[in-house]
Write a protein that binds this ligand. Structure first.
Ligand code: GLY
Length: 366
């Protein structure tokens, strides 16, 4: 991403929310991290994604904390599996990590899910904090206590609910990412905008024509964090309204899986938001003008809107969705921007029709 940050808001924003742990969003969160670790007084070990830019951030985190050990792991969707967790657990044991220690993970969504999972099972659970280095992790994966890995049967099918003790979102980390990675991460913020409506959706519409370096990133990420934390605080273990956060995800995960993960999570969610809108429109839940507003925003943000995947392949991938009830898929569908419903049962014929439509560009809709 373009690192010209002269217009960027450098003010730290701290969310001390009903979740019981803080989420720090600021251009640079080093002082918050230092203060947090000093107050706890625990020994620290740092786990990080081995990708070069993340390693550099992890080295800075360790230096900030006075030379904590840093253990890098090659991570990607393909490594998000039990064998990697086992290597992390072995490494924690080899380094003599004790139950009173603090494990800090540094990286994007895969790192948040996988390191959080390892920490939640090591010695039956050690304290875990995450430094999010991707937009996806800042706006979604690092917050809310869902941890886990993929198994052969599907995505995130093995895992725990285990809250971190703190989350740090240093916006400057986005400067180290390829443009595409930041852009695809925006899909989770758009999702929050559709759920919450109002200021966040309008803010995204207002900034979307401008280059990234002019965006008020701290405010946008903090607003998405606010949406996520308020929903999670009401329903931590997803027995009801937390399902709202899966808007676009039933389709999105299926697109990811059906493409053997060539479609990234952010791209899958973007495609999933269009598909959920189409499904809601077809079944009389949504209105045309809000659907067009969402499509226009996604298009202006340069997010993918079309996939060549065969509907049957995507439908097969959907069968592993962990949110199924009584063997039936339930969808999260928009009724309007700012009004989203969950648990909606839809006949497969309608889902197939939407998947057919996803093979065409939005201009050919209708
Ligand atoms: N990513 C959806 C959730 O945390 O519930």
């Amino acid at each position: 991403m373009d690192s010209r940050a002269q217009d960027r808001d450098l003010t730290a924003t701290v969310h001390n929310d009903a979740l019981g742990y803080p989420v720090f969003v600021a251009d640079d969160t080093a002082s918050e991290l230092r203060g947090f670790v000093r107050d706890r007084g625990d020994a620290v070990i740092v786990l990080c994604d081995a990708a070069v830019p993340v390693r550099a951030i992890a080295a800075r985190v360790a230096a900030t904390l006075g030379r904590a050990p840093v253990l890098p792991f090659a991570l990607g969707e393909a490594q998000k599996r039990w064998s990697t967790v086992e290597r992390v657990l072995d490494a924690l044991a080899e380094h003599g990590v004790e139950r009173s220690n603090l494990v800090i993970g540094v990286g994007g969504g895969v790192a948040a899910d996988l390191f959080g999972f390892a920490a939640s099972t090591y010695l039956r659970g050690v304290a875990y904090a995450h430094v999010a280095t991707s937009l996806l992790a800042m706006a979604d994966a690092a917050i809310g206590g869902k941890t886990g890995v993929n198994i052969r049967a599907g995505k995130n099918l093995e895992g725990t609910f285990s809250d971190p003790v703190a989350v740090f979102c240093p916006i400057e980390a986005l400067d180290t990412l390829p443009y595409r990675n930041v852009r695809e991460g925006l899909a989770e913020i758009v999702k929050c905008g559709i759920i919450a409506g109002g200021d966040l959706f309008e803010a995204l519409e207002n900034v979307s024509p401008h280059p990234f370096w002019r965006w008020p990133w701290v405010e946008l990420v903090a607003a998405a964090v606010e949406v996520k934390t308020s929903i999670v605080a009401e329903d931590r273990r997803e027995s009801g309204s937390r399902a709202l956060l899966n808007l676009g995800h039933t389709f999105g995960h299926a697109f990811e899986r059906a493409s053997s993960y060539r479609i990234s999570h952010g791209a899958g969610v973007a495609l999933g938001l269009r598909a959920a809108g189409l499904l809601a429109l077809r079944t009389g839940h949504f209105n045309e003008s809000d659907h067009l507003r969402v499509l226009t925003l996604l298009t202006l943000l340069g997010l993918p809107m079309q996939t060549r995947l065969a509907p049957d392949v995507v439908l097969a991938a959907m069968q592993s969705d962990k949110k199924k009830r009584d063997g039936k898929l339930r969808f999260v569908l928009p009724r309007a921007i700012g009004d989203v419903e969950y648990g909606v049962e839809i006949p497969t014929t309608q889902v197939r029709a939407v998947l057919d439509c996803m093979r065409r560009s939005p201009e050919d809709e209708g």
